[in-house]
Write a protein that binds this ligand. Structure first.
Ligand SMILES: Cc1cc2nc3c(=O)[nH]c(=O)nc-3n(C[C@H](O)[C@H](O)[C@H](O)COP(=O)(O)OP(=O)(O)OC[C@H]3O[C@@H](n4cnc5c(N)ncnc54)[C@H](O)[C@@H]3O)c2cc1C
Length: 435
């Protein structure tokens, strides 16, 4: 069979299916968004990829792929030059008094509470009230998604529970409250960045998987009996079955016969954001002992800066700190900056925020990735379903973050692909039984 894309979804599917398969991957190595990059001897990810899951068996599977270290979350939100512990609603006492009182009062006496959540903004207002929403949730989400939360649907947030009144009252009074406890502890590879987990995954399917790197899929032809021809590097290979994990925007235009016009239209309406990832090493910083700092201010280009030293000695150079800033942008923006400009912007903003003196920067590099975040606008579900239904009708199972066009982390990408691979093995007879 053919598997398009060698990210964790393609690798996990191949492992669980246990049948002879060819993986076509356009980059020089597998891993996709879970690749790590080396700068001056230190590894960093496309935004730090922490390992956690609401489902214990998913965490266990990932942890078994490479040695990992357990960490306790220490994240902050930078609000008006003050650190507020993440999640924001659990440390209202860190806010200026008037804002703290506004957040508490509008949480307890919330006229939005009983109103239906029609979009992300009305969901936040109903669950958290006007103060917490306007002070943090709305500006931070607007910044990551590059879209007004009024224009986003609630698929991504609908499972967030309303915090108990008592927690918010205690948080305003200055008591220590922990929220989102399923991600309070997380795991991270002890060395080599998240890509070392990918290497563990790739090693599992070794005997029966032919991984072809630098093999971009140029075209997929569907034969009259439903068989597939994959054209890559000018050569043609034939397969009875095909699973996709490359972004829908990359796959659909390459399929022949072409998709019907309404599928193409739905595809063009699917929105996603790209990302600049800037790594910098500095002699001094004001991030304290924390891992990640969220920055909702619209005047700062990046939304999060993380201190990689937090992840252990393999991610640290003695006497310095290594930081990673993430800046999302819309792929259709006309003002997309070149990496050098992004690096200078990040340094300037860090200095302006009082987090890093500009003359303490030892090195700074920016890398850009076109597919980072699926954007759940109000038509996301309908348009995604249209494209997936068509792929299904021509016998293509599409998986993965941009292959299903869902905001999923690597735990869900791996688990879903493994389940699909096991189902495929059940129908086609595995040559190996994955454990
Ligand atoms: C900024 C950021 C932070 C994240 N943080 C976390 C985190 O903390 N924890 C976590 O678990 N997850 C995190 N994730 C999510 C995680 O990276 C993804 O869920 C996961 O890597 C998706 O894997 P995938 O295989 O589905 O897709 P991808 O990794 O996108 O794989 C698709 C593959 O297809 C290849 N491809 C594309 N076009 C072609 C073509 N024409 N021919 C051949 N190959 C092609 C690509 O090169 C790629 O290798 C984060 C993601 C981002 C962007």
């Amino acid at each position: 069979m053919a598997i398009l894309g060698g990210g964790v979804s393609g690798l996990a599917f191949a492992d669980a299916a246990g049948v002879p398969a060819v993986i076509f991957e356009k980059e020089d190595r597998v891993g996709g968004l879970c690749r790590s990059f080396e700068s001056h001897g230190l590894y960093h990810d496309i935004g730090p990829h922490i390992v956690f899951s609401g489902a214990q068996e998913r965490t266990d599977f990932m942890r078994a792929l490479t040695p990992m270290t357990r960490h306790k979350r220490s994240n902050q939100i930078l609000h008006r030059n003050r650190f507020v512990r993440y999640p924001f609603e659990n440390q209202l006492s860190a806010l200026p008094d008037s804002e703290r009182d506004w957040c508490l009062d509008t949480f307890l006496n919330n006229p939005h509470r009983e109103l239906p959540a029609e979009n992300m903004l009305s969901f936040f207002l109903g669950v958290f009230g006007e103060g917490i929403t306007r002070t943090y949730l709305e500006p931070y989400n607007r910044k990551i998604w590059k879209l007004d939360p009024v224009q986003m649907d609630i698929q991504m947030v609908e499972r967030i529970p309303r915090p108990p009144d008592e927690h918010i009252v205690r948080s305003a009074a200055g008591e220590d409250i922990e929220g989102y406890t399923h991600q309070l502890h997380f795991w991270y590879p002890t060395d080599g960045g998240i890509e070392s987990m990918v290497r563990g995954l790739a090693a599992r399917g070794k005997e029966y998987v032919d991984v072809r790197t630098q093999a971009p899929v140029e075209r997929v032809e569907i034969g009259s009996s439903g068989e597939f021809t994959v054209i890559s590097g000018g050569s043609r290979a034939h397969f009875p079955s095909l699973v996709n994990t490359i972004p829908l925007h990359e796959l659909v235009p390459r399929i022949r016969p072409q998709a019907p016009p309404d599928v193409i239209e739905a595809l063009h309406r699917l929105r996603y954001n790209s990302i600049h990832v800037t790594v910098l090493n500095v002699d001094e910083d004001g991030l304290g002992p924390h891992f990640a700092i969220m920055i909702p201010s619209p005047n700062v280009s990046f939304h999060r800066v993380s201190k990689l030293d937090f992840l252990g000695p393999a991610y640290s150079i003695a006497g310095t700190s290594t930081l990673l800033a993430e800046t999302t942008f819309r792929p259709d923006e006309t003002t997309v900056s070149i990496p050098k400009e992004v690096s200078s912007q990040v340094i300037q903003s860090l200095e302006h925020l009082g987090l890093v003196p500009a003359d303490s920067v030892n090195f700074c590099e920016t890398r850009t990735f076109p597919y980072a975040y699926v954007v759940y606008d109000l038509h996301h579900r309908r348009n995604t379903d249209r494209v997936l239904t068509w792929l299904d009708s021509i016998g293509i199972l599409s998986l993965g973050r941009f292959g299903r066009f869902e905001y999923i982390n690597s735990d869900a990408a791996i688990a879903t692909a493994r389940a699909a691979g096991a189902a495929f093995a059940g129908n086609h007879g595995p040559t190996a039984t994955p454990t």
